[in-house]
Write a protein that binds this ligand. Structure first.
Ligand code: NIG
Ligand code: FE
Length: 390
């Protein structure tokens, strides 16, 4: 196994306070990272780096853990330009637009869906994302949901069954019948391909009791819950996430004090998705309120053709800092270690001995530039599992 040292790193984000400056980001200035095979073997000051087979000069750039995008919807076909245009002329976002993508996705071939997925995950990789979760939810038949998960599982371990995205158009007057399908035959076909189960718990999608039934059925099949919760209005999603020990409650845009308290006293991460508020012109989630209450916060793209058609974690970091009350340090932590927490992973989202050697190298002296220089393509190199991939 060959070893490589990356030296001359102006600022290294380790996300381990014990390795660095004792802040949550565990910053080391003038740092080096040693990679052995696909893992990080050592981090510290450049001058103390051990001898290795290969040497790479970071030329005074910043290095941080590869981004962990813990929420995306990348198995789909078509786009929704017209719907976006209508929103930018004053129309509001509703879950109904999902049907447009369901029709296009059902009509697409397996190859088309896979090509589309690879296009967006390559785009994300170039912007520093080295771990990503993705969901079904645009098939809504047994065969279409199972094929979406099969296609996703060829590209990531973090696959989520979202048969309960909306009630399938074929079941328009029979929500109970669709819930029975999602918790029965569809679950049986999908569970072998997925790690997680998700529900869109919202007016126009599934209510609290339906969401509980769906997630409980998934748990019984070995899937772990995560929930689209409190995106468009107040509702039971966040409380349900905590009740079921979901890894994450996603969106969290409309929260009561009781919701915030419940999250703060749980292991459920609040995953904030500012691309959605940007693309729907909605009010921003209040990250400051959650952080001040002690909630673990993740930041992700929610990349999907309807509510948030961005694959860029750096863009989401900039939005979170500008509009959601996060400091640059908090936003970078949430997009790396926070995303890992939302996937209950400790082997990604940090640059510490034993972790996967997933690194984002910025053409900038520190991680703060991600928010300080919004819209600028600062990601200059990406390493995944010890190999330079972009
Ligand atoms: O996370 N909220 C539900 N699902 C997606 C949007 C899906 C769509 O509009 O196509 C979301 O925002
Ligand atoms: Fe989503």
């Amino acid at each position: 196994m060959s070893s490589t040292v990356i030296t001359n790193i102006a600022t290294l984000v380790t996300n381990d306070p014990s390795l660095g400056d004792s802040s949550p980001l565990g910053l080391i200035q003038d740092a080096a990272v040693v990679i052995d095979g696909d893992r990080v073997a050592w981090t510290g000051e450049s001058s103390k780096a051990p001898a290795t087979d290969n040497r790479v000069d970071a030329c005074g750039r910043a290095v941080l853990p590869g981004f962990v995008d813990s929420h995306s919807h990348l198995v789909f076909a078509g786009d929704r330009t017209q719907e976006f245009n209508a929103r930018m002329s004053g129309r509001s976002y509703t879950a109904g637009g999902i049907r447009t993508t369901v029709a296009a996705t059902r009509a697409a071939s397996d190859d088309d869906l896979e090509r589309n997925l690879v296009r967006y995950l390559t785009e994300a990789l170039r912007q520093g994302t080295t771990t990503f979760e993705t969901k079904s939810g645009y098939g809504l038949t047994v065969a279409d949901e199972a094929r979406a998960l099969r296609i996703a599982a060829a590209h990531t371990d973090e696959v989520t069954y979202l048969g309960a995205h909306i009630v399938a158009p074929d079941f328009a007057d029979d929500t109970a019948g669709y819930v029975a399908l999602v918790t029965g035959e569809m679950l049986d076909a999908c569970a072998p391909h997925a790690r997680w189960i998700d529900v869109f718990c919202e007016k126009g999608a599934f209510d609290g009791d339906q969401a509980r039934a769906i997630l409980t059925a998934g748990k019984a099949k070995g899937l772990h819950p995560r929930i689209h919760a409190n995106q468009l209005s107040h509702g039971p999603g966040v409380q349900l996430a905590v009740e079921l020990d979901a890894a994450s409650a996603d969106h969290c845009t409309h929260l009561t004090d009781a919701d915030v308290d419940a999250l703060a006293n749980s292991a459920t991460v609040a995953t904030l998705l500012p691309g959605a508020e940007f693309s729907t012109r909605a009010a921003w989630p209040d990250a400051r309120r959650l952080l001040d209450a002690g909630v673990t916060v993740a930041l992700s793209t929610d990349c999907n053709p309807g509510s948030s058609f961005t694959s860029s974690v750096p863009f989401c970091i900039a939005l979170a800092v500008r509009d959601m009350g996060m400091t640059p340090d908090e936003a970078v932590w949430s997009a790396t270690a926070g995303g890992a927490a939302a996937l209950r992973r400790t082997d990604v989202g940090r640059v510490t001995p034993g972790a996967h050697a997933d690194l984002t190298v910025l053409d900038a002296p520190s991680h703060v530039h991600l928010a300080y220089r919004p819209g600028v393509p600062l990601v200059s190199e990406v390493w995944r599992r010890g190999v330079r991939v972009a």
